[in-house]
Design a protein around this ligand. Structure first.
Ligand code: GLY
Length: 578
């Protein structure tokens, strides 16, 4: 500790979230920096919370301070995000939580992904010409899957937590009841989504002032109906959401507007505890989400392919490294289009997809200097059978527990539809199914029959909450929003740490790239050098610089010190240690 103490300096927080948190809490707050580091991760020895909203970080940090474990803090963070970040934080959506316990030497996954209602069917989003009706799959009441968030969080707390649901939800209820200051990001988001949200009276009332004007930075945003819903859940448990007044409000909303979710659908929703995908990369163990997410499978598959190359020597974001990453990604996303879906309904060749042997067969097809056009790549033949606005947080405690959680309502503000009288948004996750096999979804992802709509099935996801272990100890906790870019964003933070030795804040902030097979373009963020881009183009890549990708909230643990890296791509992100 002494050695560390001499390396750590404390300074007053100068970040926007830090300043806003100071104003909100009226308490001094400090961020740790390490001398000599280019980017400063936050430090802790007794716990670390990294979320995309500083108030959710503060609420979860308080739980850890008062003796709660990482799971308790995670449930508090998730409910707090549902209040402070309604564009993605939610109780009307679903997600995945990975939990690692060093004491029990186990990593488990809680799947609380939404499910298709019992009256859903494969052709429900086809118009009279047999074409995919995007309006219906994305912005109608039919676009909502049965929400899983409340059941998933309650299960996590009951099985692995130490505090009551009432205690875990108290900070969220307070934030909804008394309000919180609007940030520039919050205000900008609602202005951008105005057309979509104002189609629905309940959304208009909820997200805009009584005269229809905008909430501006610094205004207080109060959500009385959401507070009442959260209070009912806190008092009566998750069954309130699935069988009580909240379920009745949601089902009435469906009935008034031609939606499909019934009381029976709500009542029968169950989250599932699953075995995560497990692979290894160099001397590290990688645990990530199993189907119905495609995330874990393809993070491990791409790492397996890249393990065959001297990535460290080739260098961080060099043309050669980016070329190899791009080619590996194309093969993985081609396989995603054919094989991935909800394993409760279809056989996914998991064993084959994540095998080293299959990765070697792909390495043989990769030319180290030349592009292979996506149109010449098709899904492979793995053998061995055994799945844009989203938000991720990572939390660790001093007892060896780590939580990596990603949850979503799909688009920013989901379908835009607020449940009348209940104050929360409905997801539009049904668009993550292959509404018409072979047709791209909102993220340009092509899906196949494995991901067709079936009653009670979970739609394929890319969410990749990941925990990397080293010598049996929790090492890296990470995950991101970003639709199809989630997999590649998560992959890059893993490589930035393992191959390139970046500290966690630098690993999170470094410019990223993405290729998803189709469209055949290498997408990059600002910050890749022009001569690197030129070299990539000379190899045959179609390079396109586009907006920032993902918002990866990560923790690295080394020699007992917890390093938090929050993503600067989200101005409200905050890492806080204790
Ligand atoms: N809705 C985005 C995903 O689950 O991948």
């Amino acid at each position: 500790m002494l050695k560390i103490a001499t390396r750590i300096k404390h300074r007053g927080t100068s970040t926007l979230p830090g300043l806003m948190l100071m104003l909100f809490c009226h308490t001094a707050f400090s961020t740790a920096i390490i001398e000599g580091e280019r980017m400063h991760p936050e430090l802790g020895t007794r716990g670390m919370v990294v979320t995309s909203h500083f108030l959710a970080t503060a609420s979860a940090q308080e739980v850890l301070k008062s003796g709660g474990n990482a799971i308790d803090a995670a449930v508090t963070a998730a409910f707090s995000l549902a209040v402070t970040q309604p564009r993605s934080g939610n109780i009307g959506g679903g997600g995945f939580m990975l939990l690692s316990s060093e004491k029990r030497s186990e990593v488990v996954a809680i799947d609380y992904r939404e499910k298709a209602p019992s009256s859903a069917h494969a052709d429900m989003f086809l118009d009279q010409h047999g074409e995919a009706d995007k309006q219906a799959s994305r912005f109608s009441h039919k676009s909502a899957g049965i929400p899983g968030t409340v059941a998933g969080l309650a299960l996590a707390l009951e099985k692995y937590g130490t505090i009551s649901l009432r205690k875990a939800m108290a900070p969220a209820i307070k934030l909804a009841q008394h309000g919180f200051p609007v940030t520039p990001r919050f205000s900008k988001g609602l202005k951008a989504a105005e057309k979509r949200l104002k189609k629905w009276p309940a959304s208009t009332r909820h997200f805009y002032k009584a005269d229809g004007s905008y909430y501006e930075p610094g205004d207080l945003f109060v959500q009385k109906e959401l507070a009442a819903t959260l209070k009912r859940i806190s008092a009566n448990g998750a069954s309130e959401f699935y069988e009580g007044k909240t379920a009745e409000l949601l089902v009435s909303e469906m009935q008034r507007h031609g939606g499909l979710i019934s009381m029976q659908d709500m009542k029968s929703y169950q989250p599932v505890i699953r075995k995560p995908i497990h692979g290894n990369y160099r001397e590290y163990d990688i645990y990530s989400m199993s189907p119905p997410s495609s995330g874990g499978v393809h993070v491990v598959q791409i790492l397996n392919i890249l393990e065959g190359y001297p990535i460290t020597e080739l260098g961080h974001n060099s043309a050669q490294t980016l070329h190899l990453m791009t080619e590996a990604m194309k093969y993985a996303y081609a396989d995603r289009s054919r094989y991935l879906g909800d394993e409760d309904f279809v056989n996914v060749p998991l064993k084959g997809l994540i095998s080293k042997e299959y990765a070697r067969s792909i390495q043989e097809m990769i030319d180290p200097n030349l592009v292979t056009a996506s149109k010449t790549i098709s899904p492979g033949q793995p053998t061995g059978y055994e799945s844009n606005e989203t938000t991720h947080f990572s939390i660790v405690d001093q007892h060896g527990n780590a939580v990596s959680n990603t949850y979503t309502i799909n688009f920013s503000y989901g379908s835009g539809i607020t449940v009348e009288g209940a104050g929360f948004l409905l997801n539009n996750e049904m668009d993550d199914f292959s509404t018409k096999p072979g047709t791209a979804n909102a993220y340009g992802l092509i899906g196949g029959a494995a991901n067709k709509i079936e009653p009670g099935k979970r739609m394929l996801s890319s969410m990749s909450p990941t925990i990397v272990k080293h010598n049996g100890r929790n090492f890296l906790i990470t995950g991101s929003p970003g639709g199809s870019r989630i997999i590649t964003t998560t992959l890059q933070v893993i490589m930035n740490v393992i191959d390139h030795g970046l500290n966690i804040q630098s690993a999170v902030a470094a410019p990223r790239m993405h290729h998803q097979w189709l469209p055949d373009e290498l997408r990059i963020e600002e910050g890749i050098s022009p001569d690197t881009i030129k070299k990539l183009e000379d190899m045959g890549h179609v390079v396109k610089q586009k907006s920032a990708m993902g918002a990866i909230q990560s923790i690295l643990i080394k020699d007992g010190i917890m390093y938090g890296g929050s993503d600067p791509r989200r101005s409200t992100s905050l890492a806080a240690g204790l």
